[in-house]
Design a protein around this ligand. Structure first.
Ligand code: NAD
Length: 258
């Protein structure tokens, strides 16, 4: 992919950075010059990702283990990112889980967990970052929503409700913090081949052939494609863009399928 963003001298926090979209975002930011904190509840995965980045760009990445649902761990990760250069410029508020089930069978614990991670966790990260960014006079937050925050599908009640919440949260924070020079946007991926979708394929919840047929682009997206769209939102190229959800879905949500 021949795209050149320049984030030299900037610091980013990426949540869910051990795997999938977050890992691709972390790699893309590092390759574009940023210093990074890779935050993930998978301590080993985050450490391995940071080590791989530091092999290419010595001293650029540190890993922090924790959950986005833990306010103290989130605040500490934001402070650690700020300490790298004195500023926290960018947050990729990306960690999330699927938690799909038939709505008649969906148990309360699964519902609460999906909302807790995908929506409450996203708020806690944005709030902790927003406090630092307000003090320093600006920053950019990119939430990972989903095309399923904009359109819906069966057996995804908790996921769709949480991601629609992230789309709304993105707008509220954008208008609340615009006068602090903090931009808040969201990326809304369609189907992308990551560990998350792999699990759904293995559970028989995704039929890959049907999916390829359903997507106007005729294929799933790649994590790198989503990362580049997210980097655009974080970059100065999007300086007047705030409150938006950029749906990167190969045309899925535009296509009223018969
Ligand atoms: N893969 C897709 O097709 C797709 C489509 C739309 C949206 N998304 C969204 O993209 C984001 C990333 O998904 P992915 O496909 O890369 O998934 P993934 O499972 O590959 O990676 C998610 C990462 O988040 C981490 N994580 C999970 N819960 C966490 C928590 N409470 N605290 C900290 N880290 C946590 C996991 O350890 C993992 O490393 C999610 O928000 C997901 O909803 C994915």
């Amino acid at each position: 992919m021949d795209i050149h963003f320049d984030f030299s001298g900037r610091t980013a926090l990426v949540t869910g950075a051990a795997s999938g979209l977050g890992l691709a975002m972390a790699n893309a930011f590092a390759d574009a010059g940023a210093s990074l904190v890779l935050f993930d509840m998978d301590a080993g995965g985050a450490a391995a990702a940071a080590e791989a980045i530091n092999t290419r760009h010595p001293g650029r990445a540190i890993a922090r283990a924790g959950s986005i649902t833990d306010q103290a761990q989130v605040a500490a990760a934001c402070r650690d990112a700020q300490a790298l250069t004195g500023r926290l410029d960018i947050v990729m508020n990306n960690a999330g889980i699927s938690g799909n089930a038939s709505s008649l069978d969906l148990d309360e614990q699964t519902w609460r967990h999906a909302i807790d991670v995908n929506l409450t966790g996203a708020f806690l990260v944005a709030q902790a970052a927003g406090r630092i960014m307000a003090d320093q006079g600006g920053g950019s937050i990119v939430n990972t929503a989903s095309m399923y925050g904009v359109v819906t599908a069966p057996e995804r009640a908790a996921y769709c409700a949480a991601k629609a919440g992230v789309v709304a949260l993105t707008k509220v924070l954008a208008i609340e913090w615009a006068d602090r020079n903090i931009r808040v946007n969201a990326i809304g991926p369609g189907y992308v081949r990551t560990a998350l979708t792999e699990t759904l394929i293995q559970q028989g919840r995704i039929d890959l052939d049907a999916l390829h047929h359903r997507v106007p682009a005729g294929r799933l997206g790649t994590p790198e494609e989503i990362a580049q769209a997210a980097l655009f939102l974080a970059s100065d190229a999007a300086a007047y863009v705030t409150g938006q959800t950029l749906v990167a879905d190969g045309g899925w949500s535009s296509y009223s399928y018969l």
